[in-house]
Design a protein around this ligand. Structure first.
Ligand code: FAD
Length: 424
């Protein structure tokens, strides 16, 4: 059967399919074939082959975040999007771009910058547009411009049975029925293959500045954040970087026209007091995830007023389970990332020795306290042995509704089966 499948995949992709090599794995699981469709039509043909032969499919963009989410139950075919890398249309007058899913984010941003515009999911990384949307990634400027979900205004996707579906378009409007663009954002490739996305764009700010304030306790961080959000500063972003020892920096990004930014920078310095400093560049940690290879990355949401409760709960859980927790993220929108590694001085040191029991214990403690900070805890990434020791997604409401959507889009469970919440 293997030869027949490969032959059909080659036919579907103008010969861009092959037997998988050693690098073609998903979270340690080897795929059998890799197909690289060059268009929506070819993607549809590939998915029809997968449906006929009951092949489990994982979509791969740049492949940077294939370990995010739960490991898929099986993986026969990798659908590689990187041949679909064109900017289809940039309507600069309408602040809209239509781009194929395999286009790299940094390439897109470079192209848009030529017209004084950008896709506000900063900062550009070498991931693909499709991967960014499928993993619902956004950065510091989510405060000013919304999450990636808010920037998607249209989408073309291919269902597991090969049927092509469109939603939205180049105009900012609602559509009847399923809003496919919103559904597929953050679906980790479990509902369909995204082949094209239309985004709303923003003008590149003429000037930016960053005002940073060091703080050493959860209460002091909270007090400074409250002052910022209740001020007239209108920040573009407010990010916290807090090391495992509790030393923290709260940084406010101001953007706009140069004289306005200058005046608001002075106002921010006055508001935050003598230990605040201003700069024309972001701090080195800005927009970078706080976990390296082999470490564990959590995504934690919280209410604005719940931040001190989150930090206190995290410190207690980290001490109890002998872990070091580094917090970084958008505290003014209530979404932070937490990097976990073994605490120095503990029995286990270094990423390779990060123990699944310790991580599971910390995550359980934090979830138990989630009501105190008004949020949720998701294990985005980590060694497979760690992810297998717990429910990476945690409890979710409306799981029955999500299951019925999955059943509607992918009844045979061919798309990354088991990767998403509740084993979807
Ligand atoms: C603000 C910001 C900061 C970031 N900081 C860092 C950082 O510090 N370090 C770092 O390494 N990365 C960082 N990233 C993430 C980086 O951009 C990701 O690697 C990238 O966005 C993921 O894209 P990818 O093409 O590698 O996706 P992949 O890893 O290939 O895929 C990710 C998920 O999406 C699914 N998928 C991919 N393409 C499609 C598609 N076309 N249709 C349906 N499902 C699909 C996959 O199956 C998988 O579940 C950051 C991103 C942002 C926005």
């Amino acid at each position: 059967m293997g030869d027949v499948v490969l032959q059909e995949l080659r036919l579907a992709t103008d010969d861009h399919a092959a037997a998988a090599g050693p690098a073609d794995t998903v979270d340690g699981m080897p795929a059998r074939w890799v197909a690289s469709p060059g268009s929506t039509a070819e993607t549809s043909a590939v998915m029809r082959v997968a449906a006929v032969h009951d092949l489990a499919v994982v979509v791969r963009g740049a492949g940077n975040r294939l370990t995010w989410g739960a490991p898929p139950e099986r993986c026969d075919l990798l659908v590689d999007s990187t041949r679909m890398d064109a900017v289809v249309e940039h309507a600069s007058g309408d602040l809209v771009v239509v781009v194929q899913a395999g286009c790299r984010l940094d390439v897109l941003q470079q192209r848009l910058a030529g017209a004084g515009q950008w896709l506000a999911v900063d900062p550009p990384r070498p991931g693909t547009v499709g991967g960014t949307v499928a993993a619902a990634l956004s950065g510091p400027t989510r405060l000013a411009h919304g999450a990636v979900r808010d920037l998607v205004i249209g989408m073309t996707m291919v269902r597991a049975d090969g049927v092509v579906a469109h939603s939205g378009g180049k105009v900012v409007k609602n559509v009847a029925g399923y809003d496919v663009g919103k559904l597929l954002t953050g679906s980790y490739g479990t509902l369909g293959v995204i082949t094209e996305v239309a985004f709303r764009l923003h003008p590149l700010p003429k000037a930016r500045s960053w005002v940073s304030l060091p703080r050493h306790s959860a209460a002091a961080v909270h007090e400074a954040l409250q002052r910022v959000v209740h001020s007239q500063l209108v920040p573009g972003a407010v990010e916290l970087d807090r090391a495992a020892d509790g030393s923290a920096t709260l940084t406010v990004q101001l953007e706009g026209v140069a004289p306005g930014v200058l005046a608001r920078t002075a106002a921010a310095l006055e508001l935050l007091g003598p230990s605040a400093t201003a700069g024309s560049r972001p701090p080195g940690w800005w927009g970078i995830q706080p976990a390296g290879t082999g470490e564990v990355l959590l995504k934690v949401t919280h209410e604005l007023a719940g931040l001190p409760h989150l930090l206190t709960a995290l410190d207690a859980a980290a001490a109890r389970h002998r872990l070091a927790a580094h917090v970084r993220g958008s505290v003014a929108v209530g979404s932070v990332l937490v990097g976990l590694r073994a605490a120095e001085g503990g029995n286990r040191v270094g990423p390779a020795a990060l123990g699944p029991d310790e991580v599971a214990g910390l995550v359980a403690d934090l979830r138990q306290r989630a009501a105190s900070f008004g949020g949720s805890v998701v294990v985005l990434d980590g060694p497979r042995v760690v992810k297998e020791s717990l429910d990476v997604w945690g409890p979710v409401g409306a799981i029955d509704l999500m299951r019925s959507v999955k059943h509607r889009f992918d009844p045979a469970r061919l798309l990354a089966p088991g990767r998403f919440v509740g084993g979807i």
